[in-house]
Design a protein around this ligand. Sequence first.
Ligand SMILES: *[C@@H]1O[C@H](CO)[C@@H](O)[C@H](O)[C@H]1NC(C)=O
Ligand SMILES: *[C@@H]1O[C@H](CO)[C@@H](O)[C@H](O)[C@H]1NC(C)=O
Ligand SMILES: *[C@@H]1O[C@H](CO)[C@@H](O)[C@H](O)[C@H]1NC(C)=O
Ligand SMILES: *[C@@H]1O[C@H](CO)[C@@H](O)[C@H](O)[C@H]1NC(C)=O
Length: 275
Amino acid sequence: MGGEKYGARLPQLISSLLLLFVYLCLTTPVAAKSDRDHSDSSPSLSKWNFRPIDSHLLDTGSPQPTKLVDGRSFKSDSQAATIVDCNHELAISAPSIPNNSLGIASVATPLFLTAKLFFAKATFSFSITSPGRHWLRLYFYPIPHPEYNLTEAIFTVQTNKFILLHDFQVPDSNALVFKEYLINIPQEEASNTFSVTINPKQNGFAFLNAIELVSAPDTLISDNATVAFPVGGQFSGLSNYALEVVHRLNVGGPLIAPINDTLSRTWLPDNGFWT
Ligand SMILES: *[C@@H]1O[C@H](CO)[C@@H](O)[C@H](O)[C@H]1NC(C)=O
Ligand SMILES: *[C@@H]1O[C@H](CO)[C@@H](O)[C@H](O)[C@H]1NC(C)=O
Ligand SMILES: *[C@@H]1O[C@H](CO)[C@@H](O)[C@H](O)[C@H]1NC(C)=O
Ligand SMILES: *[C@@H]1O[C@H](CO)[C@@H](O)[C@H](O)[C@H]1NC(C)=O
């Protein structure tokens, strides 16, 4: 991984850049506060004093809109019909999800209860009002189905420039998988729509439980970063890459080791980060 800018020279496959960076999560380990759906515009309600201009929240496979405990409302399939394009798909649902007291499941449970199977390439076309950094969040849970074994689905998820998941498969039938990327959408891309495509591996199918594309504050992460490997190394031009969230801080809480987190995430305690 060099400091090479994107463009013609960038290799097409940038599998989720394993650039370790600290995402300063100022809350408990749940969704970022920055993308709440503020029906009330009072700025004091927002920790970041930030209201996402672009906010596309889709609960794929859901017959009705889904409201989370944090107040955000996810669109149903019919509300999202103009965003999603796939010529062969199937909506399925589950009565419940596996117990998972830690992590994303505590807020996002309803999102995992429905999914859409894609038997052909699916394209999500998001209109972008405000260029700049955006969170792209993907939710996967292999809902049991009598005909299709979602645990065996293998597929690729990509944007115009980045391959975020290549030949992805959930680890097991109880897995709740949450993927979060920080992507810069420059002006020239924003003038059209921003696309995310999901491609099943040959003759197979793909699935998705929910997807979010929301504006992130541009100042959230500086364009320069200190990289973990090699220690102390500097990396600039971060906005040209898709960053996968790898480190989080569990502010005021203890270390949560991957073994205690079904999503295999590590939540770092915040002591040592505040000086
Ligand atoms: C899941 O949690 C509920 C309530 O805490 C409990 O009653 C149930 O036995 C748990 N199920 C499994 C499979 O652990
Ligand atoms: C689905 O596939 C997974 C992985 O191959 C396997 O472990 C599991 O037993 C299968 N489930 C069913 C219901 O066949
Ligand atoms: C990022 O690094 C470049 C090159 O080292 C430097 O010129 C620039 O000022 C830095 N930007 C910030 C915001 O630190
Ligand atoms: C996992 O959780 C158990 C029960 O809370 C705790 O005893 C154990 O120390 C934790 N392990 C790690 C590696 O955090």
